[in-house]
Design a protein around this ligand. Structure first.
Ligand code: IMP
Length: 200
């Protein structure tokens, strides 16, 4: 059966950084609805995997709006921290979503494991699962990743979240130092998006 192209979509996220990035990936002809005014409170993310939380959010926002909905669940896995903060990446920034705090916590936790870490290359990756959920209960979820390493200091003011401490493989700049358009074309969200692009 040919795929019925989506003409309008609700982006189920209250994270402005993600919203901007997702909207930028979508075709300009698409009508995009979002939750910018935080009218719909976010659901509690009870899942223990990116996939579970991505589906939970897409289903929740689709049921609230009766629209086709796309949600993202993402985070950073740092190998020396046994893949933490992982699905808890947002939680490490506290209730106020302060990523200076989250980044300080990352550096603190890494130092506990290896005091000499600043001279080493610590592997990490961003992961994103994008889910499209239709009001009839159908859904698709796809995962995207990008490998890289942790910068030994915060660098750059672009992007959001952990962008200032992540250096993608093969690059010198952190995501925080990169032009947004350069980041959008290589990152975990884009790699997941490529797999569901056919629906748009
Ligand atoms: P959640 O998907 O709402 O649970 O939040 C995931 C968290 O992971 C975000 O709040 C960000 O801190 C972090 N994160 C996910 N994607 C990115 C990214 O592209 N850059 C920087 N941080 C990210």
């Amino acid at each position: 059966m040919p795929i019925k192209k989506i003409k309008e979509i609700f982006i189920g996220s209250n994270n402005k950084g993600k919203l901007k990035e997702i909207a930028d990936l979508l075709p300009k002809s698409l009508k995009i609805y979002s939750n910018l005014e935080d009218k719909i409170p976010s659901p509690i993310e009870t899942g223990t995997t990116f996939k579970q939380n991505s589906l939970l959010k897409a289903k929740y926002f689709s049921e609230k709006t009766n629209k086709i909905c796309m949600s993202d669940d993402s985070g950073i896995e740092i190998d020396i921290l046994d893949k933490a903060p992982g699905v808890y990446s947002a939680d490490w920034s506290g209730k106020k979503r302060n990523f200076n705090l989250a980044i300080r916590k990352v550096f603190r936790e890494i130092s506990k494991k290896d005091n000499n870490w600043k001279k080493k290359s610590l592997s990490a990756r961003f992961i994103c699962v994008l889910t499209i959920y239709w009001p009839n209960g159908k859904f698709v979820s796809k995962i995207g990743k990008i490998d890289g390493r942790i910068s030994n200091m915060k660098r750059g003011k672009n992007g959001f979240g952990y962008d200032p401490i992540f250096i993608p493989k093969g690059k010198r700049l952190t995501f925080g130092e990169m032009e947004p358009n350069k980041k959008y074309r290589i990152d975990h969200r884009y790699n997941a998006f490529k797999k569901i692009k056919k629906y748009f």
